[in-house]
Design a protein around this ligand. Structure first.
Ligand SMILES: [Ca+2]
Ligand SMILES: [Ca+2]
Ligand SMILES: [Ca+2]
Length: 281
């Protein structure tokens, strides 16, 4: 009897192992299938490897030229065409201290590069990704972001228009900011910021990704999800365009130690390097 029991027990153990192995094989197959489905799901719709020299491809990008951060109490922060250019396989966004560019009394002004794809590439939903190296010097910030729909339209929450900051990075500290803004930038302005302090991103190249679906915005750094939000009453349902920018401001808040910190002309020029941008649907 004892031996017969032992034999049946052994048989059950073997049967179990076979079942477990079969079910783990099945699980593996499901996982492989779903990974393949996810990879297959994304179809490349836009990319720029920045492999040329000089002016960024005008069929993909607008370069901006105006006083982006006007300050009546200090140097202005301009966007200038000559501060975004391709070199060594990268897009370079440069910041410089320049002679005062307008007729106020500043001793100097500042100048940064900025690109956008408005009217050249716009998409509703998808995956939006950049590989880049953040600048090191204090006083300015770099960003990869989107303007979706009409951000200035007050009402209907962010559904009719949302600014999505895939990342805003600062060379001087560990802070990385992700955020959404809607209903304009005046008294009705609403935002949800998501600052992160514990990422190891001050050295080398990193990827920053947004997945935008009809339900949610999901943010990733180097493939790890860092934040997910549906805004106030849902995500934007309108086309959006890309922006890659450097910005510098001598405004008290923006040059404070909660943001870009104080610009010091002696630290510039400094550079924000972008290896590529890719968009999928
Ligand atoms: Ca000025
Ligand atoms: Ca709105
Ligand atoms: Ca590149």
């Amino acid at each position: 009897m004892y031996s017969k029991h032992r034999t049946s027990a052994l048989f059950l153990v073997i049967l179990n192992l076979v079942c477990i192995s079969n079910s783990s094989n099945a699980q593996q197959k499901i996982e492989q299938k779903s990974t393949a489905a996810i990879e297959k799901k994304w179809e490349l719709t836009f990319s720029d490897e920045f492999n040329g020299v000089g002016v960024p491809d005008p069929s993909k990008w607008n370069t901006r030229e105006y006083n982006r951060r006007n300050n009546i109490n200090g140097p202005d922060g301009w966007w200038s065409k000559e501060d975004s250019y391709m070199e060594n396989g990268n897009l370079v966004i440069r910041v410089r201290a320049i002679p005062n560019k307008n007729d106020d009394n500043d001793s100097i002004d500042y100048s940064c590069g900025a690109l956008d794809s408005k009217g050249k590439f716009e998409q509703l939903y998808g995956k939006f990704e950049i590989r880049c190296k953040l600048p090191k010097k204090q006083g300015w910030w770099s960003a990869f972001w989107m303007m979706q729909g009409q951000v200035n339209q007050v009402g209907n929450d962010g559904v009719d228009g949302t600014e999505v900051d895939i990342f805003e990075g600062f060379g001087w500290g560990n802070k990385l900011n992700q955020a959404i803004h809607w209903d304009g930038y005046g008294k009705d302005h609403k935002k949800i910021p998501h600052p992160i302090y514990d990422l190891n991103i001050s050295e080398g190249f990193h990827t920053f990704t947004l997945i935008w679906t009809p339900e949610v915005y999901k943010f990733y750094v180097d493939g790890e999800e860092t934040w997910s939000t549906s805004g106030g009453a849902g995500v934007c349902n309108q086309l959006g365009h890309l922006l890659i920018t450097g910005e510098i401001s001598t405004d008290k808040f923006l040059s404070g130690n909660k943001w870009a910190n104080e610009p010091k002309p002696a630290l510039f020029p400094d550079y924000f390097l972008v290896d590529w941008v890719k968009v999928y649907k």
